[in-house]
Design a protein around this ligand. Structure first.
Ligand SMILES: [Zn+2]
Length: 467
């Protein structure tokens, strides 16, 4: 058996690894999009390291676009196999891939105007909503912790990993020539004390492991005081300053974590009497899917819904889909909380909310996630005195608060704890993917110190032969 490393090698996006069995069966693990790399990423996304029509099966770890975003493109170009993922991942892919198709069409409208002016050929989107429908039809949702036969000699079990709703660790038992190989692809690893989801679960003993390394050199802020800090920011902004609290947040995960935290405050009578708006169509759909998949909830949330059937809804919480309603918030002259996407503030409705609020010192922008260094989010995070939004310059007079305890990825200690269920002597090799190279080198040292035997940091194109 071989593993061909194709994406998320020495970088954090484009997750894609191919297992080739001795009998020629090809199983692709993830088919993610490269993101945030500009023209280089665009070229990498259009490139095929393998023929899509040659792949027999695709196993998807979770619905994030850097893991799932190219599947419709591969389907459009000839992939016809089964796509196996958890039930919640299948539901999320319906909305997230459709959203990605939509974003591409919008982005290309601007890019192509410029290209046509220069006499260049217009670019076509990687795929459209029809390709997304074709993709969903190939998807087979399976339950966590129930072995599923992929094909003769290959058995798959997803175990909980707590990264996002539906995210699973891919555990494979592969029997070839009467020999069993135990293989694990962790996908992205979640938090030990996640706000909503089941904790990362011990996974079956593996001979070979492909694992992520995003925060291989970092420890997160303590999660314990997160809710107290959030409440203090709400009170300072909305009661003391009588301003608006703007929270840019990813539609899936971060938005529901924030809403759940506010729901708890409301039930305890701690939340000031102000309206809370969740303004993003994708957030609204993602929250509906979150409500449906209680099998992924942690103990606290399962206990909570016994007394409050909707942990993502309370009287003064208003979900907004309609653009006109979203824009009407600009005229609102009263304290409120607005949670909107995108988290890095580069796209989506959050931009008009920021343009409307950041010059007023009564307001606060609360940054709760990682922002890519070139993004608007990073400039606000850095408290640049002036920032450009829609081509216009705005003075950043609003307060900027940062809470780094919210993260969907475990830090290095949480990743080491996650792997600690393994008997190290039986793990023949660990492959580090989904991390920047320097971080990976650092993390490799930590894993070697833990007693693991062989740690490889594959480059794109690396082929590992498993004995
Ligand atoms: Zn992810």
């Amino acid at each position: 058996m071989q593993i061909h490393f194709s994406g998320a090698t020495r970088t954090v996006t484009g997750s894609k690894h191919l297992l080739v069995l001795d009998n020629g069966t090809k199983i692709l693990l993830d088919c993610g999009m490269y993101q945030g790399l500009g023209a280089d990423g665009e070229a990498l996304n259009r490139d095929f390291d393998f023929n899509p029509w040659d792949i027999d099966y695709l196993i998807l770890s979770h619905a994030h676009i850097d893991h799932s975003g190219l599947i419709p493109y591969w389907v459009k170009n000839g992939f016809k196999g089964k796509i196996i993922c958890t039930q919640a991942t299948r539901d999320l892919c319906k909305i997230m891939l459709a959203d990605t198709a939509h974003i591409q069409e919008n982005d290309l409208r601007f890019i192509n105007k410029r290209r046509l002016r220069k006499g260049e050929k217009p670019l076509k989107p990687l795929y459209d909503s029809t390709d997304v429908i074709d993709t969903i039809l190939l998807m087979q949702g399976v339950d966590f912790n129930k072995p599923y036969t992929v094909c003769d000699g290959v058995e798959l079990t997803f175990t909980f990993i707590g990264h996002i709703l539906g995210s699973g660790c891919v555990n494979l038992k592969i029997t070839e020539n009467n020999k069993l190989t135990r293989f694990c692809f962790t996908g992205d690893i979640g938090r030990e004390n996640g706000q909503l989801l089941k904790q990362p679960q011990a996974f079956p003993q593996a001979d070979y492991i492909i694992t992520e390394s995003t925060y291989g050199d970092r420890l997160h802020d303590d999660i314990k005081n997160t809710e107290e800090k959030l409440l203090a920011i709400v009170r300072n902004t909305c009661v003391k300053k009588k301003g608006k609290l703007i929270i840019p947040a990813f539609s899936l995960g971060r938005t529901q974590e924030l809403v759940f935290a506010l729901d708890k405050m409301e039930n305890k009578g701690l939340l000031p009497k102000i309206n809370v708006y969740v303004d993003s169509p994708l957030s609204v759909s993602a929250t509906d899917i979150m409500r449906k998949h209680t099998e992924c909830y942690n103990e606290e949330l399962l206990e909570y819904i016994k007394t409050d059937a909707d942990p993502f809804g309370f009287n003064r919480l208003i979900y907004i889909q309609d653009v006109a309603v979203s824009k009407s918030l600009n005229d609102l002259d009263e304290p409120c909380i607005i949670i909107s996407a995108s988290g890095m503030m580069e796209a989506g409705r959050i931009k008009h909310h920021l343009a409307n609020t950041i010059s007023n010192p009564r307001n606060t922008v609360l940054v709760v996630g990682y922002c890519e260094p070139n993004s608007l989010g990073a400039r606000i995070r850095n408290k640049d005195p002036f920032v450009r939004i829609y081509g216009e310059e705005y003075a950043l007079n609003a307060e900027v608060e940062i809470m780094d305890s919210y993260s969907a990825h475990g830090d290095y200690q949480e990743m080491i704890d996650y792997l600690s269920c393994q008997n190290k002597d039986q793990v023949k090799e660990i492959f580090l993917v989904h991390g920047e190279y320097e971080t990976q080198v650092n993390y490799r040292e930590k894993l070697l110190a833990e007693g693991y035997q062989k740690i490889t940091i594959p480059e794109r194109g690396h082929i590992a032969i498993l004995d």
